[in-house]
Design a binder for this molecule. Structure first.
Ligand code: GLA
Length: 399
């Protein structure tokens, strides 16, 4: 009998290596993450309030599912048996109880780890503790792991992310793995083997087009992230997404900039992680973040990231093929002033540079739905003629 168990154990161990649960993220994950607003100032009451706000303000109905605590949730040292320990001052009831609370609302719970010896804020990393930590996370009921890349000197990212991916798989619990390697080692070329999404940039900053220079590293405004990588959209799709970072909507940009930021994240089919204090968000912020038509663009089952078709003076034209032969088109005014914008559909023939989609508006006619006005807007047989405010967008679904 013992022998049988041993054979079974060896078989399961070998068989489970190099695998991940399939289809954990058929569409881009949607959730909230503590980092952008709260940094180390996190605790269980905050997480419970966020879960309650999901219900109260319509985030759950809009499709947001995960609630993720980022760095700084643990003690500075492991316990005497090498286990990670949640900070008892921040999480007096423990992580399991918190995950249970989140689950009781029909939501999913996420946590943060790091592939190196220490997290970016100096807490214990999972290097050489992958299996132990994966088991801990699984026993707590974790559904999502964001796995960072600080203090990894000399480590190979593919080896490190495989190690945690294998460990998660071996627990038997389906856990989404968010690879947070910042795009340094081209994770879009290997990330899908190990996880469901991969960061493509350093950290986002709450500004439209700035760079925040910290000396040894930089944070990036929305448009800087948009333009950071070239030719990577072909790698993004169902169950393996380019991750443009958690959002800064509601964190100090103008309402127009927030709308553009959200529109682009939807157009890019990137993960939609709220990064603001949703407990006290302004009504106009909630309106942006829960716009069901914008979210439908993000969650479109084809899962194709938008491409830039062209610039028309200061206006960028972003185009995204959608399921059922539909399209999404987003006009973005980059200028710091309003623009009088005109677009005659019939003059445009558009071909996707990476996938087999094309449209010739002189022949193919569509009905227009204006996402931010929330209403039908005629057809493509008539030119669009309108003013777009500074850093604002006009976004249509064409069907
Ligand atoms: C890195 C990540 C951020 C955040 C912090 C936490 O900078 O890229 O998203 O998780 O670490 O310290």
């Amino acid at each position: 009998m013992k022998k049988l168990f041993l054979i079974l154990f060896v078989f399961i161990t070998i068989y489970s290596f190099g695998q991940k649960f399939e289809n954990l993220a058929p569409t881009p994950p949607m959730g909230w993450n503590s980092w952008n607003t709260f940094k180390s100032d996190i605790n269980e009451q905050l997480v419970m309030d966020v879960a309650d706000t999901y219900e109260r303000d319509g985030y759950a109905d809009a499709g947001y599912k995960y609630i993720v605590i980022d760095d700084c949730w643990s003690l500075r040292e492991r316990d005497e048996n090498g286990y990670l320990v949640a900070d008892p001052e921040k999480f007096p009831s423990g992580i399991k109880a918190l995950a249970d609370y989140v689950h009781s609302k029909g939501l999913k719970f996420g946590i943060y780890g790091d592939a190196g010896t220490k997290t970016c804020a100096g807490y214990p990393g999972s290097k050489d503790h992958e299996m132990q930590d994966a088991k801990t996370f699984a026993s707590w009921g974790v559904d999502y792991l964001k796995y960072d890349w600080c203090s990894t000197r000399g480590q190979d990212p593919k080896v490190a992310y495989k190690a945690i991916s294998d460990a998660l798989y071996a627990t038997g619990r389906p856990i989404v793995l968010g690879i947070c390697e910042w795009g340094t080692a081209a994770p879009w070329t290997w990330g899908k083997e190990f996880g469901q999404l991969w960061r493509i940039s350093g950290d986002i900053a709450p500004c439209f087009d700035c760079i925040v220079d910290h000396g040894s590293y930089k944070d990036w405004g929305v448009m800087k992230i948009v333009y950071m990588r070239k030719n990577i959209r072909k790698y993004s799709g169902p169950d393996g997404w380019n991750d443009f970072d958690m959002m800064e909507v509601g964190n100090g940009m103008t309402i127009e900039e927030d709308r553009s930021h959200f529109s682009l994240w939807c157009m890019f089919s990137t993960a939609l992680f709220l990064g603001n204090d949703i407990r006290s968000a302004a009504p106009e912020t909630i309106e942006i973040l829960t716009n069901e038509d914008a979210i439908a663009i993000n969650q479109d089952p084809l899962g194709i990231q938008a491409f830039k078709y062209t610039d028309i003076d200061s206006t960028e034209v972003w185009v995204k093929p959608l399921d059922k032969g539909n399209w999404a088109v987003c006009f973005l005014n980059r200028k710091s002033g309003p623009v009088n914008f005109e677009f005659n559909w019939a003059d445009h023939k558009i071909k996707d540079p990476d996938f087999e989609y094309a449209v010739d508006f002189s022949k193919d006619k569509f009905k227009l739905f204006d996402v931010w006005a929330g209403k039908k807007a005629g057809k493509t047989n008539k030119a669009v003629k309108t003013q777009i405010a500074s850093h604002d967008v006009l976004m249509y679904i064409l069907e």
